[in-house]
Design a protein around this ligand. Structure first.
Ligand code: NAD
Length: 489
């Protein structure tokens, strides 16, 4: 049995309390690892190590090129161990190994991207109103960063935080989801192997209520970067106010996927499935609100239903599997609750709407890919993030109606528009209140493009150059080379 330890001040340690937590394979509920179950005292130790490494260590002052080289080395090690990492991710999350392999490529890409731009954030000389002076703007690391990640893309979400924080000279404490720590622990082994100095990158394991809450409320932490649910995000925001921490929040989404009649319909059908049933809908940017022009509605739904019936559920390790299980028994219960709610609200189950009956799936947390038709925007099943394999279908007659439906959400993470009319596409995009909008595409993200939400989907941006800005403070330095008395007083 794998024993997962915490990494604090360059040492691999068990929880101070000696407690552990069993990590479960969502495909069959087998115990796959035993993880240290840290608490506030473990968080405090990690914070102290990160504080010391930031305040008195060499890392923040290390030339950016050198830091970039270490970040690049981590990318190489991830590529070297890609197969092992992909298998661990699938074991832990239930997603297909093929999908996890794709994640690992993306993750290495994120480290490479930030390695490349680490030394391109030097600042600038600006015009000075005083002769014989230098006025310059420099970017410095924020300090000690608390980083908290969710269970759906455990290592991908971690990479979006680790790579820019390290590239910019911060020190950090990462807390992965207590349900899915396997790959994050492995990557900390690679961080150690790459030569990141002790105390710079620390890993604590345990629940959000203890380990996570301590990071959010500690006055020794300067920034919290959090990815997770909206309810947790609000708690973190409150706790972080204690010392006015900098905050980056990547929260939920309930993302519209708008299809006009003049779109390439076959491609739109194919991608509408991908937009939701990939990783069983457990994606913050899943296109769960399908918004169809009335004239294509019936044929579109019929085609979707036909294809949904052939989606193969199973083990992520079986090459034929297209969709794995949900993450946990609690999450399965939540998804079921939303489906029941949808039925009670008057939506029609066009396909799915229950657990599968296949004997070989009974030990896993499986739910059938589901489509609800006859949905209206006021339904909770349309508005709330169920985070499962559920599509709700709404209809529109006019472009204005489509945009109103798309924007009718407390969330503003992402959305898509399908049309071959480029002028209409640009008109729609300009009105859609989301951090990312895809035209004739869905769910594509890459290291160069900023990611984050409007409205209650969050604060700040990860990835791209903006991802670097989250981890830097800006300082103006004015240097008078010929000081003179002012003689006012
Ligand atoms: P969650 O909010 O339950 O947990 C996320 C993390 O926060 C976990 O590590 C958890 O232990 C920790 N946590 C819980 N309570 C805490 C507290 N009081 N203080 C500090 N930390 C605490 O979310 P989840 O169920 O793990 O993940 C699913 C959610 O994540 C969905 O809402 C999804 O949309 C969102 N998500 C968003 C993005 C994005 O980029 N916007 C990406 C992935 C997932």
């Amino acid at each position: 049995m794998r024993l997962l330890k915490q990494y604090i001040n360059g040492e691999w340690v068990t929880a101070k309390s000696g407690k552990t937590r069993e990590i479960i394979n969502p495909f069959n509920q087998e115990i796959i690892a035993s993880a240290a179950e840290g608490d506030e005292s473990d968080s405090k130790a990690a914070i102290a190590a990160a504080r010391e490494a930031f305040d008195h260590g060499k890392w923040p002052l290390t030339p950016a090129t050198e830091r970039g080289n270490i970040v690049r080395k981590i990318a190489g090690l991830i590529e070297r161990d890609k197969e092992e990492l992909a298998e661990l991710e699938s074991l832990d999350t239930g997603k297909t190994v093929e999908e996890s392999r794709g994640d690992m490529d993306d993750i290495a890409g994120v480290f490479r991207y930030y390695a490349q731009i680490a030394d391109k954030n030097g600042g600038e000389i600006i015009d000075s109103p005083v002769p014989n002076s230098i006025s310059k703007v420099v970017h410095e690391p924020v300090g000690v960063c608390g980083q908290i990640t969710p269970w759906n893309y455990p290592l991908l979400q971690a990479s979006w935080k680790l790579a820019p924080a390290l590239a910019t000279g911060n020190t950090l404490i990462m807390k992965p989801s207590e349900i899915t720590p396997l790959t994050t622990v492995k990557v900390f082994e690679l961080i150690e192997e790459a030569g990141v100095p002790k105390g710079v990158a620390n890993l604590v394991l345990g629940s959000g209520m203890t380990v996570g809450a301590e990071l959010a409320s500690s006055t020794d932490v300067d920034l919290i970067s959090f990815t997770g649910g909206i309810v947790t995000g609000k708690k973190i925001m409150q706790a972080a106010s204690i010392n006015v921490k900098k905050l980056a929040l990547e929260l939920g989404g309930k993302n519209p996927n708008v299809v006009f009649a003049d779109a390439d319909i076959d491609t739109a059908i194919d991608q509408a499935l991908n937009a939701v049933y990939f990783h069983a809908g457990q994606i913050c940017s899943a296109g769960t609100r399908l918004i169809l022009e009335e004239s294509i509605h019936d044929d579109f739904v019929e085609a979707l239903v036909k294809r949904v019936q052939h989606i193969k559920l199973g083990s992520g390790f079986d090459e034929a599997t297209q969709m794995g299980p949900l993450i946990s028994a609690e999450h399965l219960a939540k998804v079921e609750k939303y489906v029941e709610m949808g039925k009670q609200e008057g939506a029609t189950v066009a396909v799915g709407g229950k657990r599968p009956e296949d004997a070989e799936l009974q030990d896993g947390f499986f739910y059938l890919p589901t489509i609800f038709t006859n949905c209206t925007t006021d339904m909770k099943v349309v508005q709330d993030e169920a985070f499962g394999p559920i599509i709700t279908v709404e209809k529109f007659k006019t472009e204005e109606e489509a945009i109103n439906l798309a924007n009718d959400s407390i969330y503003g993470l992402a959305g898509g528009v399908w049309t071959n009319d480029i002028v209409k596409a640009e008109r729609c995009v300009a009105k859609m209140r989301m951090g990312t909008v895809w035209i004739n595409e869905f769910n594509l993200y890459f290291p160069h493009a900023p990611w984050g939400g409007y409205k209650q989907s969050g604060i700040g941006r990860e990835l791209g150059k903006l991802g670097i800005e989250e981890y830097t403070e800006t300082k103006h330095i004015f240097h008078n080379l010929k000081p003179e008395a002012i003689n006012w007083f």
